[in-house]
Design a protein around this ligand. Structure first.
Ligand code: ADE
Length: 419
């Protein structure tokens, strides 16, 4: 195979234009790149980045390359690749990319293996697929890996399970554990881009609709708030009593999925779990219900069972497939049950990915600098780095904040002053 596999290099000019636009919104990452150009902290390091191949990921890849790394980019999801972006990375930046939107499972894995053939010393994952291969079919290679970074909640959960079971073979940095990642990307990024994906796929009016959100983690609350902001009547389903209580006190209606689906116009899953929407739910849905997923894997909606229940299945719009059940009821599934924000839209906007990918760039640098002393454990980035990213983001937004006076610092450090 040639050292890249993208849809069409002729798409590169449009990709470049869109990457430039994303870059203009990513001030923190641009600042890191300026330093990387001078210091070359990643000089000669082979990095395989398995991420959604978007314009924002392109800006990260350019930054890693500017730091001296030999970067290969590979898709972390068969449906999230922006083909023009992939083409531009190859053509204009000389960065090998293995990613084609709509690739099948075999090609997806062929691409992952091609990225691992470059013998990376640092791997980046969004969902732990490279790490899984490096602990499975390609485990002989694991000894050469300095460390890995992980972008998403689902991947971090897997890595922590591997660490607990004593299976993890190299250190991993849980980028998702940084506050400047999960509090912003997961909440405001997923909040906006999920609604964006639903609208681009369906062009439905959100106002007045009953929108059911499964899961009230950072992502779920983001979507719930944005849907409410657009006038939806929002219902939340949860299994965690604390999160259910939070959702209730945030003003949302909470009920079990079995009851919620009866009223739902649009159902969005963001739980990280399997078969959150199953046969019993499809049976109770109303005619025309729209079902989609914004959780990492395409397991949240049991599409296999829906296939079996359906009499016919047809694409009624790009990314919208209508299943007609034997009784004539229609259920519309968006984006094949894959991440709807990346399947039918462009993922999170660049200005929020700026912080996520600043964390990624610093995590790669941290691994290269410290790999000799890191253990095969899951680490968070040091809090100072997280806070520095927040400070730089504020600065880029031309916002300033107060600082503690000497007296205030003394007050916080003392225990003598009381009532
Ligand atoms: N995950 C969600 N949105 C994304 C984006 N725009 N780029 C890369 N990964 C993402």
């Amino acid at each position: 195979m040639k050292n890249y596999d993208v849809k069409d290099l002729k798409l590169a000019p449009l990709g470049k234009q869109r990457i430039d636009w994303a870059e203009s919104q990513m001030d923190v990452l641009r600042g890191i790149r300026e330093r990387f150009i001078k210091q070359k902290p990643l000089k000669g390091v082979r990095i395989a980045a398995c991420l959604h191949v978007t314009t924002e990921t392109a800006v990260l890849a350019k930054t890693l390359k500017a730091g001296g790394a030999q970067v290969t980019v590979v898709a972390s999801n068969p449906l999230s690749t922006q083909d023009d972006t992939a083409a531009s990375l190859v053509k204009h930046e000389g960065i090998p990319v293995f990613a084609i939107k709509g690739e099948n499972r075999a090609t997806y894995y062929k691409h992952l293996n091609a990225a691992l053939d470059t013998k990376p010393q640092v791997t980046m994952d969004d969902g732990a697929d490279l790490v899984s291969l490096l602990h499975g079919k390609r485990k002989a290679q694991a000894q050469y890996v300095y460390g890995s970074t992980e972008e998403t909640t689902t991947g971090v959960i897997r890595l922590k399970a591997m660490e607990k079971g004593g299976a993890l073979k190299f250190p991993a940095i849980a980028v998702n554990d940084s506050k400047t990642k999960h509090m912003f990307d997961n909440q405001y990024g997923t909040g906006q881009s999920t609604i964006d994906g639903i609208i681009r796929a369906t062009n439905l009016l959100i106002a007045g609709r009953v929108v059911v959100i499964a899961g009230y983690g950072w992502c779920g609350r983001g979507v719930a708030n944005r849907a409410r902001g657009m006038g939806a009547r929002v219902v939340v389903t949860e299994v965690d009593p604390m999160k259910a209580l939070e959702a209730t006190m945030d003003g949302f209606t909470v009920m079990p999925m079995e009851k919620a689906v009866v009223h739902a116009d649009i159902i969005v899953t963001l739980t990280g779990n399997i078969h959150v929407i199953d046969k019993e739910h499809f049976l109770k849905m109303k005619d025309g219900a729209v079902v989609c997923n914004s959780g990492h894997f395409d397991v949240e909606i049991n599409l296999e069972v829906l296939h079996k229940m359906a009499k016919t299945r047809k694409e009624v719009r790009p990314f919208t497939v209508e299943y007609t059940l034997r009784d004539g009821k229609r259920i519309r599934v968006l984006g094949e049950g894959r991440l709807i924000n990346l399947a039918s839209a462009e993922g999170h906007p660049a200005s929020v990915m700026d912080m996520s990918f600043a964390n990624q760039a610093l995590a790669a640098e941290y691994i290269v600098e410290h790999h000799k002393t890191l253990e095969p454990k899951v680490y968070a980035l040091p809090q100072e780095m997280d806070e520095e990213i927040a400070r730089l983001k504020l600065l880029s937004m031309e916002l300033t904040i107060d600082t503690l006076t000497k007296k205030q610092k003394e007050y916080l450090a003392s225990w003598h002053i009381g009532t």
